[in-house]
Ligand binder design. Structure first.
Ligand code: HEC
Ligand code: HEC
Ligand code: HEC
Ligand code: HEC
Ligand code: HEC
Length: 163
């Protein structure tokens, strides 16, 4: 009796977790941040920090992936898929998750220089099999409270200036 109700609770919790998890978009290759974090890879292995204002953080392409996947002991279909992108000279068409509309100005560098952390803005990426916008990062209501708290500029033109 106790065990079955325990099982029932676990089932409910699992269902709740699945329901609470905001789904991310399907990607052309089922890339998992969780799996790569478990293999102890850091964010900067694949995402370069921007060197100057206006640079974006790159999303890696097939040649970067093949630095490791060309050599794996037990090749999976992933290697062939990656090689086919290289042969076709085609970039992997990753579906963007965090994308600001063009009237919003944002630069990673201001934030990284001020000590902001990747997962503070993007949510628990290293535990996600599929990247999703868990924190509503691209909404004004996400940006503004932190600008108030950190005494950054809060005037409308801070983020809506034409630059
Ligand atoms: C092994 C390479 C690799 C590592 C390590 C990695 N990423 Fe990624 N990242 C990717 C790829 C590939 C994508 C695009 C596919 C996707 O969204 O899952 C991506 C997408 C993202 C995105 C979504 C960008 C967008 O707007 O679509 C964010 C945010 C991100 N990564 C943050 C991180 C953070 C934070 C870490 C460290 C905890 C990290 N990544 C570690 C390869 C990597
Ligand atoms: C620094 C090394 C490294 C890089 C770079 C890297 N991976 Fe991986 N990848 C791993 C390791 C380690 C594993 C887990 C062990 C395994 O299954 O081979 C893994 C597992 C995977 C898996 C699941 C297993 C499989 O082979 O299907 C996929 C899919 C995958 N990676 C895709 C990618 C893609 C796409 C990129 C480029 C955006 C990438 N990886 C970049 C090291 C890397
Ligand atoms: C202050 C919040 C914040 C922090 C901190 C932050 N990001 Fe972002 N990130 C964003 C926003 C907002 C976007 C969407 C930018 C756009 O569409 O112009 C984004 C976009 C991205 C993208 C998509 C490519 C791009 O440049 O638009 C990647 C990849 C990414 N972030 C990874 C990271 C990594 C890795 C870190 C830590 C080194 C990090 N982010 C730290 C807010 C943040
Ligand atoms: C973690 C807290 C935090 C979050 C979240 C955050 N910011 Fe910031 N932002 C800062 C800090 C701190 C600065 C630097 C202030 C300074 O240099 O005086 C800054 C600076 C900026 C600047 C440069 C302002 C200037 O000096 O010209 C812009 C633009 C900006 N943020 C836009 C955004 C947008 C858009 C978002 C939401 C997608 C966002 N920020 C989210 C803390 C944050
Ligand atoms: C810290 C950055 C930041 C500041 C400061 C800021 N905004 Fe925004 N604003 C955003 C972001 C991010 C969005 C995008 C929201 C979205 O796509 O839903 C946005 C969207 C908007 C929109 C469009 C809303 C919609 O749903 O179409 C308007 C209008 C707007 N802002 C006006 C203002 C005004 C007026 C001020 C000054 C009182 C201001 N913003 C200050 C970041 C900011």
């Amino acid at each position: 009796m106790f065990r079955s109700s325990l099982k029932y609770c676990t089932l409910l919790l699992t269902l709740f977790a699945a329901y609470a998890q905001i789904p991310g978009p399907a990607q052309p290759i089922p890339f998992s941040h969780k799996l790569h974090a478990e293999a102890k890879l850091t964010c900067s292995t694949c995402h370069s920090d921007p060197q100057k204002f206006g640079d974006s953080i790159e999303i890696p392409d097939a040649p970067k992936c093949l630095e490791c996947h060309a050599w794996s002991q037990n090749p999976t279909p992933t290697r062939a898929t990656l090689l086919s992108y290289v042969e076709k000279k085609q970039a992997i068409p990753w579906v963007r998750v965090f994308s600001l509309r063009d009237f919003v100005f944002f630069d990673h560098r201001y934030h990284l220089m001020n000590g902001a952390e990747c997962e503070g803005c993007h949510g628990p990426i290293s535990t996600e099999d599929v990247v999703a916008d868990q924190l509503n990062t691209t909404k004004m209501t996400f940006c503004q409270p932190c600008h108030v708290k950190t005494r950054a500029l809060t005037g409308c033109t801070t983020c809506h200036n034409q630059r």
